[in-house]
Design a protein around this ligand. Structure first.
Ligand code: SF4
Length: 395
């Protein structure tokens, strides 16, 4: 169904006071600095930064947090992503954490995650994070095969991941995630299984396993177009997904989302907030926010964001107001990817009535299971999840 936008502008004068007074469940902070650009990455980040610019970045993040302070957001989860948040020097990161504590009510936070680069994890740094209230770390391991890391242009070695996990545990972290990628050019089923086993051997409680995607304008997509590398066949990628689901289930991990696996009670609550239609605010360039149907996105480029923040309005470049139907559809699309699926009771509208045709059609094809609680993808449906989601919107 084509999306209708009630409002889509490049206005820069949006103020939190103009938004509905709604509970903010989650806070995201985007730190846009990286050592170098990994060849598959399309997140916004820059690779040439100075300590002075990173210090100014912290100043401006705190200024942006100040814009929200009158609303007294009281998030339950915080996530620092990027970019590479751990690239902020220790003093700058400590100043950021302290500054957020001073400006926002963080007394309800029960999960605070920071993404850390395995190449540079350092004991003092991790202890400082733990002391400041961070209680979950996420490491971009991606693969335990050196050649595959090279294909992705990752600048760490498999041994760095093991070292990082040890340092994290010594610093007092129990909740640890590793990101892994499958369907990397040159990867075989055997090498993917070795990476999975290496990750399991480290005893982390959460794994994110994504199939490699060729986002337009990434180096890896260009190399593919030029014939310099060969993508893994779709059916092999699907087999890798099946192997992953089976092995991680045996190891006691629940596939609580198509790409995310956790031991009991270890699901990422922050991501669940995104996937279940909760309210979240984002600080930093390119960060997205959602407040009660108002969805908006910060200016993407660091320079633009830097010049907008001191102006006293949110540094917003896109703002749309979703209709009630659009909110339902958006939430349904995300919840369809959850292991527990879509629950009737979570919606004010009667989904059984609203989506009677696709529900009956997809059930007949064996792609979804429907019961008195709701509906969810079957194993067969997981293989064609995007197609199943499309059925709900092809009305
Ligand atoms: S470290 Fe992460 S954010 Fe930075 S370029 Fe690599 S994948 Fe992208």
């Amino acid at each position: 169904m084509p999306r209708t936008l009630d409002l889509l502008t490049d206005r820069v004068d949006l103020s939190p006071a103009e938004l509905p007074a709604a509970r903010i469940d989650a806070l995201y902070v985007h730190v846009p600095f990286c050592f170098h650009k990994c060849h598959y990455c399309d997140f916004y980040s820059i690779t040439r930064q100075t300590p002075e610019r990173m210090d100014r970045f912290v100043d401006l993040l705190l200024t942006e947090a100040d814009l929200w302070s009158a609303q007294r957001p009281r998030p339950s989860t915080i996530f620092f992503g990027g970019g590479t948040p751990s690239l902020l020097p220790l003093k700058a990161m400590r100043r950021l954490l302290t500054g957020l504590h001073d400006r926002l009510d963080l007394s309800a936070v029960d999960e605070w995650t920071i993404e850390v680069n395995p190449a540079t994890a350092d004991g003092d740094y991790l202890r400082m994070l733990r002391d400041a209230g961070v209680n979950r770390l996420s490491f971009g391991a991606q693969s335990f095969d050196l050649a595959e890391l090279k294909t992705l242009e990752r600048h760490h070695e498999p041994a760095d991941v093991e070292r990082s996990i040890s340092l994290a545990r010594e610093a007092g972290f129990e909740r640890l995630n590793l990101d892994l990628i499958y369907a990397i050019p040159g990867q075989t089923m055997a090498s993917w299984q070795r990476s999975l086993e290496a990750a399991l051997a480290l005893g982390v409680s959460h794994l994110s396993c994504y199939g490699l995607t060729y986002e337009p304008n990434t180096v890896i997509a260009v190399r593919k177009r030029l014939g310099r590398l060969t993508a893994i066949e779709d059916d092999v990628e699907l087999q890798m997904l099946h192997v992953t689901r089976k092995r991680l289930a045996e190891a006691g991990f629940e596939a609580y989302e198509i790409s995310n696996y956790a031991q009991t009670g270890q699901a990422c609550r922050h991501n669940l907030a995104y996937w279940t239609g909760k309210n979240y605010i984002g600080l930093g360039p390119s960060a997205a926010s959602h407040v009660d149907g108002h969805r908006f996105k910060n200016r993407q480029h660091l320079g633009d964001w830097e010049s907008a923040v001191p102006g006293g309005s949110l540094p917003v470049v896109e703002h749309e107001i979703l209709s009630a139907d659009e909110r339902i559809e958006e939430r349904l699309m995300l919840e369809l990817r959850l292991g527990r699926g879509v629950r009737w009771a979570d919606y004010l509208a009667d989904l059984r009535d609203k989506f009677a045709t696709p529900l009956s059609h997809l059930k007949g094809l064996g792609l979804i299971a429907v019961d008195s609680d709701g509906f969810r993808l079957t194993e067969q449906g997981i293989d064609v999840a995007d197609g199943v989601a499309a059925e709900f919107f092809a009305r």
